[in-house]
Design a protein around this ligand. Structure first.
Ligand code: ZN
Ligand code: ZN
Length: 536
């Protein structure tokens, strides 16, 4: 079997395959139109139950979250009631495929693959978070001096802060759109430049701009919603379309300069669509079902005076602390503030207002659309309340039934689409890092928010015999969230154009890249995409 010399991977983080195909067919995205005609096109599926932290680690390791250990950027430390902000590149339990390629002597360039860290053993160059939706490390490169070269030639990515941090006034949406369009253009330039710099066996780069646009601007894209916020719509008609056009143009320019012998694989995974998660109501629901308790319930008696005094001192002291000292004291203050909040009966943000020690289950960070629930199990958790085995099993069945019984009073339809056990979906050494139950909300109805200029759909009322009415408003700014379906396009010498009938997993890409370059991955839950390999 001869080894193909060059693989170029281009990703569109959270790109929506339906929009790409629709706008390509309309001629609005000419590059995608041409690629869809000349390439092998296949549907992809991301991981069941996980989006925010798992998608890219599973892409670059080729294994499930139960093997690489990541399901979120905020994870529970097993055996404790502590959540920690993790850095995926350090936390991930398996090697990214580019390490295996490097060990086999392949020259690689890895640019902005989301949620990855700098690889010390890379045989080539790497850039992380020049422009990514999730910022964990900040912009870093390997070798380090590459950073200066990038900044000198291209500057920083125009979107220098988290897309969630914008206030989203009318003025900000067009400015935001411009930053993303400009970012996609610059990333195209940057990719072209470094692609030419070396003879790469593997070159990979991901456009992140569609991810940010999708989360923040879906309401502007969604025509039904545009009708209710005509003012905003008049200034930016569809920022998502504009960003997709910029990415289409950038990809067209990159491809115009590549060696015709290159195998090119494009992937748009875990797409974007309207926001639907009801995570903001789940703590209340669990409390009404009497399977979780708030710190307020736990400390029913009046908190001791000393706590009140400590809080007053902390607030006064902080106002009178110089800025330079504040930075150093930040984490101490956060811990103290968290302790006070719990004693005052206020919800602790890390636990979504639930006191885990006194609850049979609690919430884990897993994104809003599929919520993760952890059972408080004796022997596994420090103060477990549920006995493992039958008691825990019966508890899960009952909880799943109670959640499935809840209806959205607005539509009369079930609010929850499914409740699944993680252990039935995944097997692996790090299953313990993951939630026990995955609660997927019904995505038929768009859930609005109170931030982006309209209250439309922001208020939700849930009902069941057991919970009565639980209601609340969504205060999270995002109007778009993920879905698991994606699309890939592969083309190059010998790849037969056409539409694949089967759906591949995002875990299939790492072994495919490796196979194309004549390298075997030692561990993989995915399988090489034989339809691409046949080309060789
Ligand atoms: Zn996202
Ligand atoms: Zn973003």
């Amino acid at each position: 079997m001869s080894s193909v010399n060059k693989v170029l991977f281009l990703g569109m983080d959270a790109g929506n395959k339906f929009l790409i195909q629709e706008w390509a067919a309309d001629g609005i995205l000419p590059t995608f139109r041409s690629l869809l005609n000349r390439g092998l096109v296949g549907d992809t599926m991301s991981l069941e139950g996980f989006y925010e932290g798992s998608t890219w680690p599973s892409f670059y390791t080729g294994v499930t979250p139960a093997q690489h250990g990541i399901h979120s950027l905020i994870q529970l430390t097993p055996g404790t009631y502590k959540f920690e902000h993790i850095r995926p590149g350090d936390f991930v339990k398996c090697d990214p495929f580019w390490n295996h390629l490097s060990r086999a002597g392949k020259r690689v360039a890895v640019f902005d693959i989301p949620l990855s860290g700098i690889s010390e053993e890379l045989n080539g160059i790497q850039m992380i978070e020049w422009g990514c939706h999730d910022g964990v490390y900040g912009f870093h490169t390997r070798p380090e001096h590459l950073k200066h070269d990038v900044l000198e030639r291209f500057g920083p990515h125009p979107l220098i802060r988290s897309c969630d941090s914008f206030g989203w006034t009318q003025k900000e949406f067009p400015a935001f759109r411009n930053l993303l369009v400009q970012g996609a253009r610059l990333k195209g330039e940057l990719t072209k430049h470094y692609l030419k710099q070396g003879s790469w066996d593997f070159f990979g780069q991901v456009f992140s701009e569609g991810h940010c646009a999708g989360h923040q601007c879906w309401h502007l894209h969604d025509q039904r919603q545009i009708a209710s916020i005509t003012q905003s719509a008049s200034v930016t008609e569809d920022p998502i379309l504009d960003v997709y056009i910029a990415i289409d143009t950038a990809i067209g320019e990159i491809l115009a300069h590549i060696d015709p012998e290159t195998i090119v694989i494009f992937l748009a995974g875990h797409r974007m669509a309207h926001y639907f998660g009801l995570q903001f109501l789940l703590p209340d629901v669990l409390c009404r079902l009497k399977v979780a308790r708030t710190p307020m319930e736990v400390t029913a008696e009046k908190p001791p005076d000393t706590v009140d005094k400590l809080e007053a001192v902390l607030t006064w002291g902080w106002r009178h602390t110089p800025k330079s000292v504040r930075a150093r004291l930040q984490s101490l203050r956060r811990n103290l503030r968290g302790w006070i909040d719990v004693h005052q009966g206020r919800p602790s943000p890390m636990f979504f207002g639930i006191e885990p020690r006194k609850s049979e289950c609690f919430l884990m960070h897993n994104g809003a659309s599929v919520c993760g629930i952890r059972l408080n199990v004796a022997g596994r958790e420090p103060e477990g309340l549920l006995q493992p085995g039958e008691e825990a099993e019966v508890f899960c069945d009952q909880l799943a039934q109670d959640l499935m019984d809840i209806v959205d009073l607005d539509t009369g339809k079930p609010a929850v689409k499914s409740v699944k056990r993680c252990s039935e979906l995944y097997r692996g050494k790090y299953l313990d890092h993951l939630p026990d139950l995955l609660v997927e909300w019904n995505d038929e109805k768009r859930v609005g928010n109170t931030v982006t200029g309209t209250l439309d759909g922001a208020r939700v009322r849930l009902f069941s015999d057991k919970i009565g009415v639980v209601e609340g408003a969504n205060t999270y700014c995002r109007s778009g969230d993920h879905r698991p379906e994606g699309l890939f396009i592969a083309f190059g010498p010998g790849i037969k154009p056409g539409r694949m009938k089967r759906t591949v997993s995002i875990m299939d890409f790492a072994p495919t890249f490796a196979d194309l370059l004549g390298v075997k991955l030692p561990l993989s839950d995915g399988a090489p995409i034989t339809e691409i390999l046949k080309a060789r």
